[in-house]
Design a binder for this molecule. Structure first.
Ligand code: ARG
Length: 254
């Protein structure tokens, strides 16, 4: 028994010795560069133009980093891996349109929001517009999103189909493999304005949400510095200008 306990103690000690901690602000400042994670498949918030990661929240995060006096480096991975990567110290901050939810707040700390939006119904027919119209229907959503959580709660939905990206969920709608797609209202708006003849119809917003960047749980040094910079950039009109470039309107929370 004693031997087992000693072994357990050794394993625990070894694990904590190699366990990585998210970098506090002073370590980031010392290195001069912040590592940020995003997805790159959620236009116009985060997407690739050729090899370059760009979009509203990419520009916002780069402006914030600059204001903080930091250089930055991007890592683009699947949406599902982003928040867990914070705890593993793979990046210092994640910005990929995560809404602030009580569930996520158990695992990470959120900054102030960089936009306010909500989930909207999109269909290829004007007949599917409201939550009630989703009864008996098959609905596409991206895995791990708030859209999935909300659509699951809509009474009578026949099936909620999960897709690894929001674009794949949209494609399922286009090819009529599903009856409706629930996505962000600004994603839908931009997509429809660029594909006016494709036959998309938007319906009601199912819920509203505040969207923010996330840092590892309790990394308040970093989130405080980020928030201070973001507030200054909102006050001086920088964020509004970035927003108008992508959405032709100001998407920040009023
Ligand atoms: N706003 C939604 C959420 O909080 C969707 C985010 C999707 N983001 C992305 N990069 N695909 O879950």
């Amino acid at each position: 028994m004693k031997k087992i306990l000693t072994t357990v103690a050794t394993v625990v000690a070894l694990c904590s010795a190699v366990s990585v901690q998210a970098r506090p602000l002073d370590a980031i400042q010392k290195s001069g560069s912040i590592t940020m994670g995003s997805e790159g498949q959620y236009a116009p918030f985060n997407f690739f133009r050729g090899k370059e990661l760009t979009g509203y929240e990419i520009d916002v995060a780069e402006a914030v980093a600059k204001k903080m006096g930091l250089k930055y480096e991007w890592k683009a991975v699947g949406f599902d891996a982003l928040l867990t990567g914070l705890a593993q110290d793979r990046w210092d901050l994640v910005i990929a349109s995560h809404a602030i939810t009580p569930e996520r707040e158990k695992a990470v700390s959120f900054t102030l929001p960089h936009y306010c939006s909500g989930g909207i119904i999109v269909a290829m027919t004007p007949a599917i517009k409201t939550a009630k119209d989703l009864a008996g229907k098959v609905v596409a959503v991206q895995t791990g999103t708030t859209y999935l959580e909300h659509v699951k709660k809509v009474p009578g939905v026949k099936e909620v189909k999960n897709f690894p990206t929001d674009e794949a969920a949209r494609n399922a709608l286009v090819s009529k493999r599903v009856d409706a797609w629930v996505t962000d209202r600004f994603v839908a708006k931009e997509m429809i304005s660029k594909n006016a003849k494709a036959g998309f119809n938007t319906g009601d917003m199912l819920f509203v949400e505040q969207v923010a960047a996330a840092v590892s749980k309790g990394n308040t040094g970093l989130s405080d510095a980020y928030n201070k910079a973001l507030k200054e950039l909102i006050a001086d009109g920088t964020i509004k200008a970035i927003s108008e470039k992508y959405f032709h309107e100001d998407v920040t929370c009023k």
